[in-house]
Design a binder for this molecule. Structure first.
Ligand SMILES: NC(=O)c1ccc[n+]([C@@H]2O[C@H](COP(=O)([O-])OP(=O)(O)OC[C@H]3O[C@@H](n4cnc5c(N)ncnc54)[C@H](O)[C@@H]3O)[C@@H](O)[C@H]2O)c1
Length: 318
């Protein structure tokens, strides 16, 4: 295994891409080799740190000065980008949700599988130490039988209209995090779910600013996902787990310290990806996780439209 830093090309330098850039600068075993960003004004506003700038993926692929990519382009471009980089045999760390519908994540997984390339998905909470400890405690039986998992994600303010137009709506954009987190924490899949909107009315379609998802899990636990885009404490996420032998509330991202938790998790995620590129086993989420979270999220988006419950696993009756 080589000890050379993995040369990463960042694809998409918007809000999240720039957050990744800061994390990549801190990560060990990684260097930022290049940035692909189609908007000239966005490229011009990036820090001048000697990155090679490209306006297109084609221009990046014309050179060979990178080993792997971090995809932080809009969600509705994920599938096309995954196909392109898979065809070029480039290892990928791709932002969630890997498309705006489950069909896109399934196609992306097939492309990655055919190419046999490394594909990690940016479910960064898997790298938050508090959540890793909670997962170990659940797996070790310390909380007993898991009765209920309640995930909360409340942002300080809504994203831009431009972002929303490419995001797939609140369930696909936001709830995928809690859906992946619930699966990862409990080892249980979503069997069926329903959803309600808390603001915006029917004219908000699949993208109200407040939503609540109620899910039955395959192992018998219940789960909720609470989402909102106006919160006085900043961008916050927390989880509560109710078990027969214990209760845990983990406010892992809360106010200003939460920003550091987020950044540190992105650093750890990038380091894990680089280690995988250098031959270590994959530690982050993979294509199958993207499909599972996005399948549930897409159905939650459907349920938001008509209030009807949706089944993912026919084995568990609604
Ligand atoms: N993991 C998280 O917590 C988290 C948080 C925020 C966003 N995200 C994800 O990150 C992705 C980007 O979100 P954002 O908030 O940065 O959006 P954004 O709109 O701020 O930025 C997207 C950037 O990608 C660029 N772009 C468009 N097409 C491109 C292409 N083909 N190749 C390269 N760049 C391209 C745009 O010009 C823009 O600068 C989304 O998929 C979103 O779901 C994840």
């Amino acid at each position: 295994m080589s000890d050379d830093p993995v040369r990463i090309a960042l694809v998409g330098a918007g809000r999240m891409g720039r957050t990744h850039l800061e994390a990549l600068e801190l990560a060990r075993g990684v260097t930022v080799a290049a940035i692909v960003e189609p908007v000239a004004s966005v490229r011009a506003a990036l820090p001048a740190r000697g990155y090679t700038m490209h306006a297109s993926v084609e221009a990046l692929l014309a050179g060979d000065d990178f080993d792997a990519v971090l995809i932080a382009a809009p969600s509705d471009q994920h599938l096309a980008l995954v196909r392109t980089f898979a065809a070029a045999a480039v290892p990928m760390l791709c932002e969630k949700p890997v498309g705006v519908g489950a069909g896109e994540a399934i196609e992306a997984a097939a492309a990655v599988d055919r190419a046999g390339v490394i594909f990690q998905v940016g479910y960064w909470r898997r790298f938050v130490p508090e959540l890793r400890a909670l997962r170990e405690r659940i797996a070790g039986g310390e909380l007993g039988e898991i009765f209920q998992v309640c995930g909360f994600q409340w942002d300080a303010e809504p994203p831009s209209a431009q972002f929303r137009a490419h995001s797939g709506g609140i369930a696909v954009d936001m709830a995928v995090h809690e859906l992946d987190q619930t699966r990862w924490l409990t080892g249980q899949e979503v069997a069926w779910l329903s959803a309600a909107r808390g603001a915006g009315g029917p004219e908000a379609g699949r993208d109200p600013d407040v939503a609540m998802i109620l899910a039955q899990l395959t192992g018998g636990a219940a789960a909720t996902v609470s989402l909102g885009r106006t919160f006085p404490h900043g961008d916050c996420c927390w989880v509560e787990v109710f078990g027969s032998a214990g209760y845990e509330r983990v406010p892992f991202m809360w106010g200003e310290p939460g920003e550091r938790v987020f950044r540190d998790a992105l650093v750890a995620q990038a380091e894990a990806f680089a280690a995988t590129v250098r031959g270590a086993p994959q530690r982050g989420a993979g294509a199958e996780d993207a499909i599972a979270a996005l399948s549930a999220a897409e159905l939650a988006g459907d349920a938001l439209m008509d209030g009807q419950p949706r089944a993912l696993s026919p084995a568990v009756p609604m």
